[in-house]
Design a protein around this ligand. Structure first.
Ligand code: TXA
Ligand code: MG
Length: 318
C-alpha cells in the first residue's frame, strides 16, 4: 500500500462513518452535483485550517459553507426578501449565495477569511444531503483539488490529487452537473462566478439583468484569478483542426481525441469538462503531446461557464 492511496474510500452506504469523520475534525471529500468538495466542520478552526494545508492554497480564501436547508443557513447567514426568493427557487441546487453574517454565529473566522459575509450553498446531490443531515451542522468545503488544478468530478480524481493528505472520500460516482456552482452576491446583487446554474435562469426569476462584480485588484473568488483550473500542460482554445503536437478536446462536429459532447449538448459538455481535462492530460502524457487544444464552444447558457473555465485553463501560468 503506497502513501498516496492511504485515504479511505467510503461507499454510499457508509454515510454515517463519513459524518463521523467530519464531526471528529477530519477532512472528508464528498460528492455534490457540481464537483467533489473537500469538507471540514465549519465551526472547528483547526479542521478548517487543514483544508488550506491539504489544498496547498496560497492564502486563506473564504470557503463555501454547505448546509441541508434554508433553516440551517439562517443560523449564521441573513436573508433579505430577494435572497429568500433565490434560495426558495434554486435550492437545493448549483447556486451559492453570498450573504451577510449573522451576529453570534459559530463559524470559524477562517471560513469567511474575516469578511462580514458568508458564501452558502444547499447542494442537491442526495448523498451530499444525507451526509449533511447526518453531520447536523455546517460543512465548509472548497473544491477537492490541489490549489490551481482542475476540479474533481469523480472520487478517483480526489484520490489522485489529495489522496495522501485527507482522511476519507465518500464515493458517489461522477458529478451530474460537473461545473462549480454559480456564485451570486445578494446585496448589492452581483454575479461573482459563472457556474452550474445558467445566469439566464437567475435573470428570468429576478426579472432584471445581473451586474458582474469585476472590481479590479479586488479578487472576490479565486475562480476569478486568471490562471486556474489548469491541467498539466498548456491549453489553447477555439481550435478547429488538430495539430500534430497537441491532443484535441472536441465539441460537437469537431470530433477530437475526446469529445465534450458529440451532439453539442451544453449540459453534457459541462458534466464532462473536468473529467475530460483529467483524461486528455493523461492521454497527452502517454502520446508525448505538448499541448491541449480545445474546439470552440458556443457562448450561450452553460457555455459561458464552460468558456470561463477554458479561458482560465488557457491563461498564462504564474
Ligand atoms: O460547486 C461549488 O461551488 C463547489 C462545491 C464543492 O460546493 N465548491 C467550490 O468551492 O467551488 P471553491 O472554494 O473552489 O470556490 C468557492 C468560491 C471561492 O472562489 C471563494 O473566494 C468564494 O467562493 N467565496 C467564498 N466566500 C465568499 C465571500 N464571502 N464573498 C465572496 N466570495 C466568496
Ligand atoms: Mg475551486
Amino acid at each position: 500500500e503506497t502513501r498516496r492511496h492511504r485515504v479511505q474510500v467510503l461507499g454510499p452506504h457508509q454515510v454515517d462513518a463519513a459524518a463521523e469523520t467530519l464531526r471528529g475534525g477530519g477532512l472528508l471529500a464528498f460528492p455534490t452535483e457540481t464537483v467533489y468538495g473537500l469538507g471540514a466542520d465549519a465551526t472547528n478552526g483547526e479542521a478548517v485550517a487543514r483544508i488550506f494545508a491539504a489544498k496547498g492554497r496560497p492564502s486563506f480564501n473564504p470557503l463555501i459553507v454547505h448546509v441541508v436547508d434554508i433553516a440551517a443557513a439562517e443560523e449564521f447567514a441573513m436573508f433579505d426578501a430577494a435572497a429568500r426568493d433565490l434560495a426558495m427557487h434554486f435550492w437545493p441546487g448549483p447556486l451559492t449565495l453570498v450573504l451577510p453574517l449573522r451576529k453570534g454565529h459559530r463559524l470559524s473566522p477562517l471560513v469567511t477569511a474575516g469578511l462580514d459575509t458568508v458564501a452558502v450553498r444547499v447542494p442537491a446531490s442526495p448523498l451530499a444531503r444525507d451526509l449533511l443531515a447526518a453531520v447536523g451542522g455546517p460543512v465548509a468545503a472548497p473544491s477537492a483539488n490541489p490549489s490551481g488544478r482542475v476540479s474533481a468530478t469523480r472520487a478517483a480524481h480526489v484520490v489522485d490529487g489529495l489522496g495522501d493528505r485527507i482522511d476519507g472520500v465518500l464515493d458517489g460516482g461522477p458529478c451530474a452537473v460537473g461545473l462549480e456552482s454559480t456564485i451570486l452576491r445578494a446585496t448589492p446583487l452581483a454575479l461573482l462566478r459563472e457556474g452550474g446554474l445558467a445566469a439566464e435562469e437567475i435573470k428570468a426569476l429576478l426579472g432584471r439583468t445581473l451586474p458582474r462584480d469585476v472590481t479590479p485588484g479586488k479578487v472576490q473568488a479565486p475562480g476569478q484569478l486568471s490562471s486556474h483550473y489548469a491541467p498539466g500542460r498548456p491549453v489553447r482554445m477555439g481550435v478547429t483542426v488538430a495539430d500534430p503536437t497537441a491532443v484535441l478536446l472536441g465539441f460537437g462536429d469537431i470530433a477530437g481525441d475526446l469529445n465534450l459532447s458529440p451532439t453539442g449538448d451544453m449540459v453534457e459538455a459541462a458534466a464532462n469538462l473536468f473529467d475530460h481535462f483529467h483524461a486528455i492530460d493523461a492521454l497527452a502524457a502517454s502520446l508525448g503531446k505538448v499541448r491541449i487544444d480545445v474546439a470552440p464552444v458556443p457562448e450561450t447558457g452553460l457555455g459561458r461557464a464552460i468558456n470561463d473555465r477554458l479561458r482560465r485553463a488557457a491563461a498564462p501560468r504564474p
